[in-house]
Design a protein around this ligand. Sequence first.
Ligand code: HAM
Length: 436
Amino acid sequence: MKYSIPKGTFDILPHEPKEEDWWRLSHHWEYLESVIRTVAHDFGFSEIRTPIFERSELFVRAVGEASDIVSKEMYTFEDRGGRSLTLRPEGTACVMRAFVEKNLHQLGGPHKYFYISPMFRYERPQAGRYRQHHQFGCEAIGIKSPEQDVEMIEMVCELFRRLGLKDLTVMVNSVGSADSRDTYREALRTFLEPQLASLSKDSQHRFEKNVLRILDSKDEGDQKILENAPLITDFLDEESKEHFDTVCTLLEKIGLNFIINPKLVRGLDYYNKTVFEITSSSLGAHNALGGGGRYDGMTKLFGGPDLPAVGFGSGLERILQTMMKHDIAFPLPKAPFVYLVPMGDAAHTFCFETLCQLRRNHIPAEMDFSGKKVKYGLQQADSLNAHYCVVIGDDELNTSIVKLKALATRTEEETSLSTLIETLKRSWNAHTLAAR
Ligand code: HAM
């Protein structure tokens, strides 16, 4: 019986025959994750890791019962103790649960956390949409001033700049306070009600329970109807309006191009005040590279103090796919510095000892264990892109002289067996220094 991978998931492997799937190559993921970590640390965020599953109720309360995520997309199961658990569909609720549970607010701030984690959503799989995707997420807790919102937007844009991504659109909006949203919901319902029958089936379903999400509809007929719909920005309370104006002024001051999209509401119910999304014109229907916003008060909902918070999440799959579309060069996979090819039993043992010594000296090294002919070992060294290849047989053991063959230049240098490790150490140090 041959098993296949579950629908909507994918493997991240060191080899990928299909060019269109090269975004799945593991060294591309390693590179992206290393840039993410550097950016996160540059902005003062520390890593947080939470379990892959949580109590289902956590997401129901935070993300909202009427949201698509909770109503249709959660991977929920009962454990053997009869508890309802859910594979996390998003990271914000998990971070806030940990923050409140561990009373982290009692420690000195700033409370700025980041994560790179898999998320699980039972969605219809399509290009750019998976049932297991990976998010880089950031959450800053405790600061209500608009600089914190702008720091978040700047941070994700800085990540995209460092990765070389271009042609991105940054959209911002404010969804105001819970009260101003209630008033707006009513106004939107009053506007849409006479045209309810003309809305798409999806939007008709959303009318009662989640009317704001109709604004997100991709249906052309819905979009036409929405052209004259009331805008949430006209319903904002004074505090949210002032906050949003300052966010926009700060974004202008730091030279970050953005557009105000009054129809941007996002699919998770916990947002208030600022929301934002970054899209790429080179992705298809699912073009959001990242999004986030403010969610003041979630700590209180989870039984902690009432604290402001703001964050974002960005999908690693979509970032990598956009990088491929933009023909951005990735660093090459890590290669051995030395590849050892033994000839004969005595040389095998010698090479194995040398291999271990090299690695104990932090020098990336490989050896042909197969016992095949030298030609095979040389091919392996080439295909792994090794810097040096060293063939050792009885002759080398008897004369105590070996040749280091630099594969890129096809040049050779001789060295004594007794000083092989020292020679390679010096050469490795010079090599790493030059690469810096
Ligand atoms: P979200 O907009 O649901 O927000 O997801 C964030 C990002 O994850 C999206 O912009 C997209 O890049 C990626 N993404 C989402 N679903 C999928 C999927 N099925 N397949 C591939 N990529 C996907 C959140 O999850 C919030 N927790 C973000 C946040 C953090 N807000 C405040 N703090």
